[in-house]
Every structure is written in structure tokens, then in C-alpha cells.
Design a protein around this ligand. Structure first.
Ligand code: G6P
Length: 475
């Protein structure tokens, strides 16, 4: 687009791909936003020349479109109270835990819901303003489930897609939500609703039949006004070739060696990389590793664990509690098992650029991804994409969407500590041939199914749902 004009593709997601920050000299700057949604969608936006509507983080009221890192961005502002009620509250203390198997207890507050409605309307109105006639608007994730219906009301000419990046819960859990019907009706404003896995799409269709009473057949919902809505699985991915290229660079190779040296060149390096979130299973994974050390399977000369935890949602109580729990656990494990200059766990509470992460992926022998529930988990795919040497082991939770595709990982149940310990040990002891066999198969999957193919498939099928309306956009 031009910042003044409209666009044929509009991406609407709660977060902009960059966060506004203040540089050390006080001038305004930008930093890439955390999380899988942004890392998946940024290349899609670049390839399509669209615009992205989202929140820049923080509470300043600027709503003028701007360009950052070559992307056309339209900011949505929120007051401190709206951030508290819509973002920290309804999005991240109600929907997030409810959609992730209630691994934390969801809170239901009527003021939070009111704020959710207000902010969803703000996004819908902004999208209605910037979308060209018959444009495609692609709405993303759990923070914005009312936008499709609100937007259709304002702009019936648009083709509207919705994609949920996180799991969609089974009816037994979704039913708890006092506003369950409004959420379902909000989503039904879209022409096509995408989920990570087919089980999630089926959960949704069944709920629509039971709770809203619409007719459904397989993955199609028939609305009383004659419109149809499709709900199907589109497992998301990453810019696989981009990661591989990065991992192959000399700088990354050099940095990977530096990291190994800094860790004292242990025989094996275990690595975890996550947003610091209670769904990620960080606590159980560190315990499993510590028990292996305590049981005498290896010591700090043989193996260390590096855990990178990106700060996330720090104002939400459950996240604060988690941080304290992890701090305490790491302290205890290092107190029990570390040696001078050689902790058992190297814990980094920070966010790093892609290049640095690629170096960690190259340096690590065993990547440990153990969420209690996760929509996809792109870190698992990033690790695989970086291992062009066909080495490295992946230990992966069955409860991550990625486990459906990465069958050759060491698959574990994160609630089963003994099972996790034996998988970590198997991965630690695996010989080169075994590692190569598994990694080759996983690489084939990740390299052949990248994020461009994901977006292409979604947008092509979106165009097919309503062939008579709107222009189609192709990546
Ligand atoms: C996950 C969610 C995204 C979210 C990201 C980071 O990937 O699916 O919608 O943006 O986490 O979380 P945050 O709350 O910082 O935006």
C-alpha cells in the first residue's frame, strides 16, 4: 500500500510485528515482537505488500499509519485500563488458559468481556476504513474473535478469513465461557476459519451445531441467510529456507562455536527456547534434567541445559508466579548440582534476534520442547530447519501441534516425568546414524511445508469459499 491509501490484503492481529521501544538516547525505536504468530506472518505480509493492523505495545495514543522495517503498519491504541481488561484480562487470563486445556484456572469477569467487545470493535472499524473495495482481510488469533462478524456488518463486500494460532478447546471446556455463543457467532462472520489441527476444526463445527443451532455438514456451516462458512485445518509453519540460510552463515557458525566454548565444551548441550509461559512445560523439563543428573546419568562435564525464556505478559499474575517458580527451581538445581564456574542450568531471561537463536540451535545437541498444550510450536520447526547437518535430536511433547508432523522426534507426555527422563536419556545416547535418520525425515517435512505454502493454501481456499465475491490475493 501507500500509507495514505488502502490495501487489497489487510492482516489484523492484536500485536504489530514490531514493538515500540525507547532507544538508550531516548529516541523511539522498534524491536521485533515475541511469539509464533509474528514470526510466521511477517514473511507473508512482505510477500503480499499488504498492511498490518495491530497494537504496538504500550499505551500511547498514536494512530497514524507508519512504516517500520519495510512493513506498512496501522497502529491501534489502547488506554492503560483497556490493556489491563482486554489484553491482560480477557485475552490472557480468560481465553488463553481456557483454550490451553485449563492448565491454569481461567478467570471470568464481566468488565473484561465488555472491554473485549470494545477493542474488537475498534479493530473492525479500522480494518473497514483501510481495506480496498472487495479486499481480503485476514484476522488472527484469540484476541480478535469478534472481529469477523463486526467487520462483515460494516463491509459486506470483503472476503474475510480468520486463523486461530492456538488450540481450540473441546466442547466440555469451551462451554464454561459465559460468552460462548457470542464468540462462535463472531467467528462465523468469516468465510473461512483456519485452525492448526483438524480436531480443533471439528470441535468448532460441533459447538456451532450444538450451541448456535446452525446446520453443518462435514467442515461446512450453513447459515440461515444462505452464506456458508468453512472450518478446516491449516498447520502453520516457518520461513524454513530463511532459517536454513541463516544457520549456514559463517557468522552463525562462529557464534555457535563461541557458545559451546562459553559453556565449557560439555559433551552434550540440551536447549529449551520458549516465551516464559505456564503452557510451555518449562518447570517439568528442568526437573527431569536435574533428576538425570542426580541419578548419576551425567554430570556438568557431560551435559548442561540452556534455557532461554523470553519475557512475556509480565503484568499477568500467573506469569509472575511462574517466573518466581522457575527462578527458585533453577537456583536450587544449580545449588545442588553445579560446580564452580559450571552451573547445570544456564538460564537466560531475555529475547534475542533470529541470528543469535540460529547459533543456539546449531550449538545444541538436544532440543527440548515440552509444552503441556501448544497450538503448533514453531521453535521445534526452527530447530529442524537450522540442522542442515542432519544432526541434533528433538524431544517433543505429544501435546504440541507440531507432534502431528514431526513424528520422528522423541515424543513425550510432559506430565510423565519418568517418560520424559527416559526420552532425554535416549536422545542423549543416540548414535549418529539414528540422529541422522530421524532428522532427515523431519527436515523433509519442514522444508517442504513452509509458511509461504501455508499462507498460499489458506488464501487460495478462502478465495474458493466465495468465488463470486472479492478479488483473490495470492502470496
Ligand atoms: C502466541 C499467540 C500470539 C501472541 C504471542 C505473543 O504466539 O498466539 O497471538 O501475539 O503468543 O504474546 P503477546 O501476548 O506478547 O502478544
Amino acid at each position: 500500500m501507500s500509507t495514505s491509501g488502502g490495501a487489497d490484503l489487510v492482516i489484523v492481529a492484536n500485536r504489530l510485528p514490531v514493538d515500540r521501544i525507547e532507544n538508550p538516547d531516548g529516541s523511539p525505536g522498534w524491536r521485533p515482537s515475541p511469539g509464533g504468530l509474528v514470526s510466521a506472518l511477517e514473511p507473508v505480509l512482505r510477500a503480499n505488500d499488504g498492511i498490518w493492523i495491530g497494537w504496538p505495545g504500550g499505551a500511547d495514543g498514536d494512530t497514524a499509519p507508519f512504516e517500520a522495517e519495510g512493513l506498512d503498519l496501522v497502529p491501534i491504541s489502547m488506554t492503560p485500563q483497556e490493556i489491563e481488561e482486554f489484553y491482560e484480562g480477557f485475552s490472557n487470563a480468560t481465553l488463553w488458559p481456557l483454550y490451553h486445556d485449563v492448565v491454569a484456572k481461567p478467570e471470568f469477569h464481566r468488565e473484561w468481556w465488555d472491554s473485549y467487545v470494545t477493542i474488537n470493535r475498534r479493530f473492525a472499524e479500522r480494518a473497514a476504513e483501510v481495506a480496498n473495495e472487495a479486499a481480503t482481510v485476514w484476522v488472527h488469533d484469540y484476541q480478535l474473535q469478534l472481529v469477523p462478524a463486526m467487520l462483515r456488518e460494516l463491509r459486506p463486500d470483503l472476503r474475510i478469513g480468520f486463523y486461530l494460532h492456538i488450540p481450540f478447546p473441546p466442547a466440555e471446556l469451551f462451554q464454561q465461557l459465559p460468552w460462548r455463543r457470542q464468540i462462535l457467532e463472531g467467528l462465523l462472520g468469516a468465510d473461512l476459519i483456519g485452525f492448526q489441527l483438524s480436531g480443533a476444526a471439528q470441535n468448532f463445527v460441533r459447538l456451532v451445531r450444538q450451541r448456535v443451532g446452525h446446520k453443518t455438514h462435514r467442515d461446512v456451516v450453513y447459515l440461515p441467510d444462505g452464506r456458508t462458512v468453512r472450518a478446516a485445518a491449516f498447520p502453520i509453519s516457518i520461513d524454513s529456507a530463511g532459517y536454513e540460510e541463516l544457520a549456514r552463515s559463517e557468522e552463525v557458525a562462529r557464534r555457535a562455536t563461541e557458545i559451546r566454548d562459553a559453556l565449557g565444551n560439555p559433551r552434550k548441550i540440551f536447549l529449551g527456547v520458549d516465551r516464559l509461559d505456564y503452557t510451555k512445560g518449562i518447570y517439568a523439563r528442568l526437573r527431569a534434567f536435574a533428576e538425570l543428573v542426580a541419578d548419576g546419568h551425567f554430570d556438568v562435564e557431560d551435559a548442561v541445559f540452556v534455557q532461554v525464556a523470553t519475557p512475556s505478559r509480565e503484568q499477568v499474575e500467573q506469569y509472575r508466579l511462574l517466573r518466581d517458580d522457575i527462578d527458585r527451581l533453577v537456583g536450587r538445581i544449580n545449588g545442588d548440582h553445579g560446580q564452580i564456574g559450571r552451573p547445570a542450568i544456564h538460564y537466560l531471561h531475555a529475547s534475542y534476534p533470529r541470528e543469535e537463536m540460529a547459533a543456539y540451535f546449531r550449538a545444541a545437541d538436544i532440543m527440548v520442547v515440552t509444552p503441556l498444550r501448544d497450538g503448533m510450536n514453531l521453535v521445534a520447526k526452527e530447530y529442524v530447519a537450522c540442522r542442515f547437518d542432519n544432526e541434533g535430536a528433538l524431544v517433543l511433547s505429544e501435546f504440541a501441534g507440531a507432534a502431528d508432523e514431526l513424528r520422528q522426534a522423541w515424543l513425550i507426555n510432559p506430565y510423565d516425568i519418568n517418560g520424559m527422563k527416559s526420552a532425554l536419556l535416549d536422545a542423549y545416547r543416540a548414535d549418529g546414524r539414528e540422529l541422522t535418520r530421524r532428522m532427515k525425515a523431519m527436515r523433509k517435512q519442514v522444508m517442504e511445508h513452509d509458511v509461504a505454502a501455508w499462507a498460499d493454501k489458506f488464501l487460495t481456499e478462502l478465495a474458493a469459499v466465495r468465488p463470486s465475491h472479492g478479488k483473490s490475493v495470492r502470496p
